[in-house]
Ligand binder design. Structure first.
Ligand SMILES: [Cu+2]
Length: 77
């Protein structure tokens, strides 16, 4: 099973709303390493939206594939 959700680095400005859409055949999550909101398991077509109000670098991963499905949101002023 190969997941198609896009995990990678994305740079956004403070206040940007980011939406993930799961294209996984199984279940995928967007889970942040330093805690915070968690999408919970999402099946294909489900979405998860977060607004980034604080500058910083936020690493996230999929709980079901934590080594390959990783990403970072970089929030700048
Ligand atoms: Cu996954």
């Amino acid at each position: 099973m190969r997941d198609q959700i896009t995990y990678g680095t994305l740079e956004v400005k403070v206040g940007t709303k980011v939406t993930w859409t799961s294209q996984c055949f199984g279940l995928c999550t967007v889970t942040f390493r330093n805690g915070g909101p968690d999408s919970g398991p999402m099946s294909k077509g489900e979405t998860f939206t977060l607004t980034f109000d604080v500058p910083g670098s936020f690493q996230y991963y999929c709980q079901f594939d934590p080594t390959e499905m990783v990403g970072t949101i970089i929030v700048t002023n």
